[in-house]
Design a protein around this ligand. Structure first.
Ligand code: MN
Ligand code: MN
Length: 296
């Protein structure tokens, strides 16, 4: 063994090699925040989440999965660019390649725009479940047609709203609320999460979904739980409730997910820890489903 292997740690990575375990779960970062309109810095999100992930317990008591005993491949970060088109093009290629062997892909943002590329790289019968305080249904913002504020509008134009479920909305322009109604977007608003049986409501909306991609904009959480996001929005949901909603997805094939909009320069470490916890539980959820079904 060399001193390099003995005394040096490689650049931050959450790869976990376990003898006899295949690497069917892949993680990659997208350090992109070029369209950020307020608290920029989510390009530093992927490594902040990795660092936090390396410092939390990764055994899910709830799901009975121990990530220390599971193979996990960290593919690294997407090459840096300030071009929306280049980022989307590169990400789509990487996601398709990573999923070609049936792997689950976990994407660490970066801003929400990336979901446009990751979701459209999946088969069209995949349901998109978005958690976000905002609707991201603007037609245009700051002279951009495709950005973190418009990505869902562009997705709906391309794929329709039929396969999309949105949870946690509480802040949008009047035009966006109108668009939401007009396109018949299936929603569980923040007010519904707080005042009703949102778990059953979500399960109802997901009836018929056999595979799912989850996108978590961390601002769905109350800023008390996740202060370091690009666009904080008061009066949100708790981390506990978000986890409960995620656990309720058990039984649906989770093909991939992303965690976006962490802006670490505004963090005292809390938000990155929350993101790492969500990463850990979502990885366990995908592995639990993989173990209980015939899908590898
Ligand atoms: Mn968003
Ligand atoms: Mn948001």
């Amino acid at each position: 063994m060399s001193f390099k292997e003995l005394l040096l740690t490689p650049p931050i990575s959450i790869t976990n090699i376990v003898e006899g375990k295949e690497l069917f779960v892949k993680v990659l970062g997208v350090p992109f925040d070029a369209t950020s309109s307020y608290r920029s810095g989510s390009r530093f999100g992927p490594n902040a989440i990795r660092e936090a992930f390396l410092n939390i317990e990764v055994y899910s008591k709830k799901l009975g999965i121990d990530l220390e005993q599971e193979g996990l491949e960290d593919l690294g970060n997407l090459k840096f660019t300030s071009s929306v088109e280049e980022m989307l093009g590169s990400l789509a290629k990487v996601v398709r390649e990573a999923m070609s062997d049936g792997s689950t892909v976990a994407i660490l943002g970066g801003e929400h725009t990336l979901t446009y590329a990751s979701y459209t790289s999946l088969p069209s019968d995949t349901t998109l479940l978005v958690f976000d305080a905002h609707l991201d249904l603007r037609d245009e913002y700051a002279n951009l047609k495709l950005s973190h504020t418009t990505f869902l509008r562009r997705l709906v134009e391309r794929r329709g709203a039929e396969s999309i479920v949105h949870v946690g909305a509480r802040a949008a322009s009047s035009e966006e609320w109108n668009v939401m109604q007009k396109i018949g977007l299936k929603t569980v608003l923040t007010e519904d999460v707080i005042s009703s049986d949102s778990i059953n409501r979500l399960r109802e909306l997901l009836t018929g979904s056999s595979s799912i991609y989850v996108s978590i904009d961390l601002d769905v959480l109350d800023p008390a739980y996740a202060p370091a996001v690009s666009n904080p929005e008061p009066a949100g949901i708790t981390t506990h409730k978000l986890l409960e909603l995620l656990y309720s997805l058990k039984g649906i094939k989770l093909v991939g997910f992303d965690i976006v909009e962490l802006s670490p320069i505004y963090d005292n470490g809390t938000t990155a820890m929350v993101a790492a916890k969500l990463l850990s539980e979502l990885l366990c959820l995908s592995l639990a489903e993989r173990k209980s079904s015939s899908f590898k």
